[in-house]
Design a protein around this ligand. Structure first.
Ligand code: PEP
Ligand code: MN
Length: 297
C-alpha cells in the first residue's frame, strides 16, 4: 500500500519501511507475526488478555489475583515489582516491592499455573526479571532506552514494548527494531495512551490512541495490544475502551484487576475488581466473535 510522506520525521514513509525498520515492516499485506508463549498464541484468532494489579503489593494479593483472573479466563498475570512511579515520594504502601515482589510473582505463577508479564526498568535487573517473566515488559517511559532494549532482547524472552505517551508510530517501530535486530522476533507492541488534554477529568493524563491499532497493523506484522487501564486512568472508562480495542482489531488487551480497587497501592482509580473482570471477559469475547476473533476457548 503506497504511503504518502508529507511530514518526514513525524509520519512513516515508504523509505522508512525499507531502511529504518525493515524487520518490523510488513513484507506483504497479509504478513502477520504469529508466535506462541506458554501455549498462548499471539497474532492469530485469539486475543490474549493480560490481567492483574498495577503493583505486586504482597504475596497474598498476587496469589489471590492470579487465581481469580485465571478462573475468569485471563491468559497472563500482570503486575509490576519494579515500577516507574511518576513522582519520587514514597510511603509505606506506595513503594516498589522489587526483588521481593519478583519472588511473590514467581510463587503466584508456579502455584496457580498462569504465565506472567512483568516490567524491567534497569539493565542490572534484566536477568532477575527474565527468570520470572514469560514476557518482559518495557514501560512507556523506557521505550527509547536503547541499551535496555538490546539487553532485554538478548534474553530471548518475548518482549512487550509499551509506546511512550509522546512518541510517534515511527519512533515506536524504531524502538521495536532495536529488539528485532538482536534476533528476538517475539515482540508485542502495546498502546497505553498518549499525552493530550481531552476530557473533563483532571486526573486524565492520556488519550487511548485507538487509531494507532489499525495504523500500526497496516505497516507492521507485529501484534498490537492496548492497555485501557493506564490510558483512561478511570475505572468506568476501562470497559468501553477494552471493548473498543477489540472492535478496532487489537491483538490483546492489558487490564488492571485488583481485589480491592479503591485500596490499590498505586493508581486506585483505574483497576476493576474480580467480578467486573469476569463480566468484561464475557463482553470482550462477544465483541471478538463479531470481528472474527475470540477471547475464550
Ligand atoms: C504498567 O503497566 O504498570 C505501567 C507502568 O505502564 P506504563 O509504562 O504504560 O505507564
Ligand atoms: Mn501503572
Amino acid at each position: 500500500m503506497p504511503i504518502e510522506n508529507k511530514a518526514p520525521g513525524k509520519d512513516v514513509s515508504e523509505e522508512d519501511l525499507l531502511t529504518k525498520f525493515p524487520l518490523a515492516a510488513k513484507k506483504s499485506p497479509a504478513h502477520r507475526s504469529r508466535f506462541v508463549v506458554q501455549g498462548v498464541e499471539f497474532g492469530g484468532e485469539l486475543v490474549p488478555i493480560f490481567a492483574g494489579p498495577n503493583m505486586v503489593e504482597s504475596e497474598a494479593l498476587i496469589v489471590a489475583t492470579a487465581k481469580a483472573v485465571k478462573a475468569h479466563g485471563a491468559h497472563f498475570l500482570r503486575g509490576g515489582a519494579f515500577k516507574p512511579l511518576s513522582f519520587p515520594y514514597r510511603s509505606e504502601k506506595y513503594t516498589e516491592t522489587r526483588e521481593q515482589g519478583l519472588a511473590w510473582l514467581k510463587r503466584a505463577r508456579d502455584e496457580v499455573g498462569i504465565p506472567v508479564i512483568t516490567e524491567v526498568m534497569e539493565e542490572r535487573f534484566v536477568d532477575a526479571v527474565a527468570d520470572v517473566a514469560d514476557i518482559i515488559q518495557i514501560g512507556a517511559r523506557n521505550m527509547q532506552n536503547f541499551p535496555l532494549l538490546t539487553r532485554v532482547a538478548k534474553t530471548g524472552k518475548p518482549v512487550m514494548l509499551k509506546r511512550h505517551f509522546g512518541c510517534s508510530l515511527r519512533d515506536w517501530l524504531g524502538a521495536a527494531e532495536y529488539i528485532l535486530i538482536e534476533g528476538n522476533a517475539q515482540v508485542i507492541l502495546c498502546e497505553r495512551g498518549v499525552s493530550a488534554a481531552h476530557t473533563h477529568r483532571s486526573s486524565s493524563r492520556f488519550l487511548l490512541d485507538l487509531q494507532v491499532v489499525p495504523a500500526a497493523q497496516e505497516i507492521t506484522h507485529l501484534p498490537v495490544v492496548t492497555d485501557p487501564s493506564h490510558a483512561t486512568f478511570w475505572r468506568p472508562w476501562v470497559k468501553p475502551m477494552a471493548l473498543a480495542s477489540i472492535a478496532a482489531g487489537a491483538d490483546g488487551v492489558m487490564l488492571e484487576v485488583h481485589p480491592d480497587p479503591d485500596n490499590a497501592a498505586v493508581d486506585p482509580l483505574q483497576p476493576i475488581d474480580f467480578d467486573a473482570f469476569g463480566r468484561l471477559m464475557n463482553d470482550m469475547h462477544a465483541v471478538a466473535l463479531a470481528v472474527g476473533r475470540r477471547v475464550r476457548g
